[in-house]
Design a protein. Structure first.
Length: 279
């Protein structure tokens, strides 16, 4: 072996002590394994002096037989998913004399990507659900505001009924007064006005009944107005609650969207930290 290869092999045990992840170091010659070192449970089954399989000979793991390459190995091959970086080792003349290979265990990376994917899917579902809640909240708010407006209109209309009631009461008072005057005039003319006096008496009775009915209407109307007022206050509280709910939903949506962005950032960072793809 060349001095350069020997120097690299001498340094690898020291470099291995500094590594904190599962990986292997291999130095491959044209026909056999020159050096093999593993860290953690990852094991390619190599040992120094082993003959290389056909696909590994003559530096076929290198791009074009002389350039650095990046290879992804599925789990089915060695029992764990791996990323392998292979770089050439050249002599003083630039000739490739060996290949240095580092195999990284990608199990945790794939688990992290799976977790990130599930987290993103969950956050997307949450965003969709919150958006639905927000839409229903907006509809509820709009409906509550419309009911509140209708209630105010009802209160305004009921005040007009009060005006009509007052008008009826005024007519009743005038009718009663006319009936009284008619009774007095009928008594003054004696028997000739007896029939007119009976009519006047009935008019006064009718006026009294109308006045009492008007009073009953006013009492009932006040009760209705009181109920409507109470309902107006309750609906106003519903509107305020709906507005507050809409604000909370908006804030919650922003938080979930921020979580989704954080997940994407973490996924990108994990890829940057673990994937050492050689271009």
């Amino acid at each position: 072996m060349s001095q350069r290869i020997d120097n690299i092999i001498d340094a690898l045990p020291i470099i291995g002590l500094a590594m904190r992840e599962q990986l292997t170091f291999s130095v491959l010659g044209k026909e056999k394994v020159l050096y093999y070192q593993q860290h953690g449970k990852i094991d390619l089954g190599f040992k120094a002096g082993d003959a290389l399989d056909v696909g590994f000979r003559n530096f076929e793991m290198l791009k074009n037989g002389r350039e650095a390459s990046f290879i992804q190995i599925p789990k089915e091959v060695y029992g764990i998913p791996m990323d392998i970086v292979v770089v050439p080792i050249t002599d003083e003349s630039g000739q490739v004399v060996a290949a240095f290979s580092v195999a990284y265990d990608q199990t945790n990376q794939q688990r992290l990507e799976h977790i990130m994917t599930e987290s993103n899917q969950a956050s997307e579902k949450l965003v969709a659900m919150v958006q639905q809640v927000a839409a229903h909240s907006e509809e509820l708010q709009a409906t509550s505001e419309q009911i509140l407006q209708n209630t105010k209109t009802t209160v305004e209309n009921s005040s007009k009924i009060n005006q009509v009631s007052n008008l009826i009461k005024g007519i009743s008072d005038q009718t009663n007064l006319l009936g009284l005057n008619a009774s007095i005039e009928a008594a003054r003319v004696g028997e000739a006005g007896a029939g007119f006096g009976v009519v006047a008496t009935e008019v006064r009775k009718l006026s009294t009944h109308a006045k009492q009915a008007t009073t009953d209407i006013e009492t009932a109307l006040k009760d209705v107005q009181g109920s409507i007022k109470g309902m107006e206050e309750e609906i106003a509280q519903i509107v305020a609650s709906s507005e507050h709910q809409a604000e909370l939903v908006g804030t919650f949506t922003k938080i979930i969207e921020g979580l989704h962005e954080t997940n994407e950032t973490m996924k990108s960072l994990a890829n940057d930290l673990v994937n050492y793809q050689v271009k």
